[in-house]
Ligand binder design. Sequence first.
Ligand code: BTN
Length: 250
Amino acid sequence: MEFEIKSYREIDSTNTQAQRMAREGAGEGLVVVSDKQTAGKGRRGRTWESPEGVNLYFSILLRPDISTKEAPMLTLVMAYSAAKVIKEELDLPVQIKWPNDLILDGKKICGMLTEMELGSEGISNVVVGVGINVNTRSFPEELKEKATSIYLVTGQETEREPLLNGILEEFGRQYEAFIRAGDLSGLVDAYNEMLVNRDREVLVLDPEGEYSARALSMNSVGELLVRRPDGKVEAIYAGEVSVRGVYGYV
Ligand code: BTN
């Protein structure tokens, strides 16, 4: 996959900018990266702290020929790719909190936000946005319990550009394999090796009622398999349900 990187010193949100460029006709492989975001977006309408000069904020524009139901798997492809690079190139014991938060030392170092636009014939574009806390030295009080950075864990500054390039390269490979296979079968085993929730008690935040269960593993369509106390195994779907550790964030 070919990437075209557009770098900014400051932008409202790399996701928003990639969506604007998509509407103007930009093609698959556009990458918007910014040194700072003034309106960084998190999931569920939250904001994403995006100070200048320290972290990675980037978004990739995709135009996959898949159904809307399959689109959430793209975030899982990115979560796996970013985790693999952080683990292998920075030699860090990173884990994945299903579906797509990356965890170091029990705290979040990376979040992803995928946004999709539909046209008359299905998906018009999908923007996968990634925020990685690379060199942040301190967090606002309300985030301290849940968030950390690569710097706070290693005590060392990490260069952002090689990290970004490594993640793009890995994502390109994994994305092509995903499109070819039509599912996550090429990465699911390696993803599960990094799954922080594995064999842990989790609270399943189902809109129809919360319940606790034991997380087992992710399957090749991205669902998390959990075992309820009565032994029944449920497949939970990332778009609808989230999980929380019973004893804290993970
Ligand atoms: C989350 O809530 O965990 C998702 C955070 C996603 C943040 C990234 S930073 C780059 C891209 N642009 C945004 O506005 N958000 C995503």
